[in-house]
Design a protein around this ligand. Sequence first.
Ligand code: IMP
Ligand code: MG
Length: 176
Amino acid sequence: MKKFTVEELISQEKVEARIKELAAQISKDYEGKAVQLVCILKGSIFFTTELAKYITVPVVIDFMQCSSYGADTKSSGVVKLAKDLDEPITGKHVIIIEDIIDSGRTLSHLVKLLGQRQPASLELCTLLDKPERRVVEVPVKYTGFEIPDEFVVGYGLDYDQQMRNLPYIGVVKFES
Ligand code: IMP
Ligand code: MG
């Protein structure tokens, strides 16, 4: 692991205020319905729990895990399913909760996979988006923040499994 420091990019206050706004928007959009949140492990756990706390319609939370970057900071382009959902989603209003969209490959793969299970609706919600790095287009309904093309950690996001527990979003600065 290369030596690095972390510089704050988005404060805890700003992250949590924005998550409350997203929760309010979702609560309004899904009024009279129930939502099934699909948390993409592990990066989305902090975001999912914080978001779920402020959603006012009935919520079910389920988990899915895809292959990760490992010790690298660039996507391998290969998406593998490590853990599937516990519950069927047929006829449910599903929202996939992601920590960050980079190339878009992970979400594009998941949308295809979950779309085949005939949910009543399927939307995407991401805390962070790096639009500059998009390789595959994905229709994202809810975005927390658009960020520049830098490697970030905190609020669930990791660098080689570390720094997930930072309460804010920080940029990793590698020492040369
Ligand atoms: P994509 O398939 O290229 O869109 O990659 C999305 C996944 O890559 C995310 O779910 C993260 O796990 C990981 N990822 C992408 N950018 C970062 C970053 O800046 N920090 C930490 N993880 C990242
Ligand atoms: Mg992830």
